[in-house]
Ligand binder design. Structure first.
Ligand SMILES: [Zn+2]
Length: 284
């Protein structure tokens, strides 16, 4: 009996040792696979970064990698603009359009982004809204034009939108939001990967989701700078934000994208006020 038991024990020990060896092999394979995957990713990032241009962005004050060139941004932006203008009615009132163009271009020439031609259009929408898409296309809802009380107030909204454009907020979000294949296609200029249609879809999705809190605050700060440089009163930003704050959550009319993802108004108003004070003593 004892002998049979010891034989069973020996078999069990042998089986257990075999099992441990298998586990060890599998773990070793998994470990090797992880190392390989890590090395592949590191190599890809290295190649990827080496294929990108590093450009100093005066809007952010930083040296930035650019995966999407300005001409690619313009191309994607034109496709998105076509979609927007097919969906929304563009207002062709020469007086309103002329006023918008005049103020917009006055701000555009002093903004940090001079490699783009900024365009300004009115869309026939009652909500109080304005938005910027890739390639320098800035849209203002007719509801916003009814809401603002002066040229300086309209300038404050456009200056904020130009801040998004100058800081490349849409382009950066697209760069981080795009999949490997599209990005690789754009970076390596390989047509088999390039899928601009998907890039357009992603961009539209990003527009709907809005910008981050930090992006909004930076656009507010840049807006103050552009207002001062172009001769408009930066106080108008505070006036517009205060009135929007009173209106926010007031019900059926809604505020739209201009406010939906924007940080809390008190923080924005405080940021704008601090920036006005800061730029009074700074040479810029
Ligand atoms: Zn914004």
């Amino acid at each position: 009996m004892d002998r049979r038991l010891s034989q069973v024990s020996v078999k069990r020990i042998a089986k257990s040792a075999k099992f441990k060896r298998k586990v060890k092999n599998v773990l070793s394979f998994k470990f090797q696979f992880c190392v390989f995957r890590f090395a592949f990713c590191a190599l890809f990032i290295l190649f990827f970064i080496s294929g990108c241009a590093t450009v100093y962005n005066s809007a952010t004050g930083r040296q930035e990698y650019r995966f999407i060139t300005t001409s690619e941004e313009v191309k994607i932006g034109s496709d998105i603009a076509r979609q927007i203008e097919a969906r929304f009615k563009v207002v062709n009132d020469p007086i309103r359009q002329g006023r918008l163009n005049y103020i917009g271009q006055r701000l555009s020439v002093v903004c940090d982004r001079q490699d783009l031609i900024h365009t300004f259009k009115i869309v026939d929408e009652k909500s109080i809204n304005a938005f910027t898409i890739l390639g320098g296309h800035i849209y203002v809802h007719s509801g916003l034009l009814d809401f603002i009380k002066s040229d300086s107030e309209l300038a404050s909204v456009l200056a904020h939108e130009l801040g998004h454009s100058a800081a490349r907020h849409s382009a950066k979000r697209l760069e981080t939001g795009m999949g490997y294949q599209i990005l690789a296609g754009l970076v390596f200029h390989d047509s088999k990967y390039a899928d601009l249609a998907r890039a357009v879809d992603i961009s539209v999705d990003l527009i709907i989701r809005g910008y981050s809190r930090q992006d909004e605050l930076l656009a507010d700060r840049l807006g103050v700078k552009y207002l001062i440089k172009s001769g408009y009163s930066p106080q108008a930003s505070i006036d517009v934000l205060r009135r929007l704050q009173e209106k926010d959550g007031s019900g059926p009319q809604g505020i739209g994208i201009f406010l939906s993802d924007h940080p809390l108004m008190p923080e924005r108003i405080k940021t704008v006020a601090q920036e006005i004070e800061r730029l009074k003593t700074e040479d810029f």
